[in-house]
Ligand binder design. Structure first.
Ligand code: PRP
Length: 213
């Protein structure tokens, strides 16, 4: 296996668990654990370079083929489309998309167009299209929970992990939109061009996931 692969890892919530998975697979992740200001980290004992990126950029890098592999949340995958292979559910980063409203709101009990605040407009649009409901989507970049409090929106579609953020802001989830977890994704051309080394990487992942079950 002379060729090296490049993998994009999502910074933040998924980063530590991605590194723990790789270490359990026998990869020496010291460079990723101590990144400094470097952006590309060579794994010394496996033909793999890791880059750390924001979730949407992980997808962009894999779609463009500058990274062969990526670890991204299903939330970002659902939002950004997918012209890549989604090969494994890695079993961590579990949360859900939920529709949530201010406590006491009768969300479905009105004919007026509902205003939905979300960081995930495509996910929200599809959810309401499937219901045949006409809604107005308002894109928010962070702390979506603020929108109903400020009366900018009637409801939000957002990630719920522990439920604490909703609860502390007087909101309640009324419906699940989708389940979310971290996924291993692969560029479609890389899958053919680097089949042997990608197969080896995937099977190491699978063995570790199997061991965890
Ligand atoms: C996410 C999400 C919620 C919160 C839910 O935001 O948008 O605000 O986590 O988590 P909980 O159910 O455990 O309270 P995140 O912390 O990722 O920050 P962001 O708003 O900057 O995206």
């Amino acid at each position: 296996m002379s060729e090296r692969l490049r993998i994009a890892l999502t910074k933040g919530r998924l980063q530590d668990q991605s590194v723990e998975l790789f270490e359990a697979m026998g990869l020496d992740c010291t460079p990723v654990r101590h990144p400094g200001r470097r952006l590309v980290h060579a794994i010394p004992n496996y033909p793999l370079d890791a880059v750390l990126a924001k979730a949407p950029d992980v997808i962009t890098y894999v779609e463009h083929g500058v990274c062969d592999l990526g670890i991204a949340g299903k939330d970002t995958i659902l939002e950004q489309g997918k012209s890549f292979y989604e090969v494994l559910d890695l079993g961590f980063g579990k949360c859900r998309f939920a529709l949530a409203v201010k406590q006491g709101t009768d969300f479905y009990g009105t004919y007026k167009t509902r205003r939905i605040a979300t960081k995930y407009p495509n996910v929200a649009r599809k959810f309401f299209e499937e219901k045949g409901m006409d809604v107005s989507i308002i894109k928010i970049e962070g702390s979506v929970e603020l929108a109903p409090i400020l009366d900018l929106a009637d409801a939000i579609v957002d990630i719920v992990e522990t439920g604490v953020t909703l609860r502390e802001n007087g909101l309640i989830p009324i419906e699940d939109v989708a389940q979310v977890s971290a996924r291993l994704i692969v560029n479609t051309a890389s899958m053919k061009l680097h089949k042997a080394v990608i197969d080896d990487f995937i099977s190491r992942c699978e063995q570790e996931l199997e061991r965890r079950r």
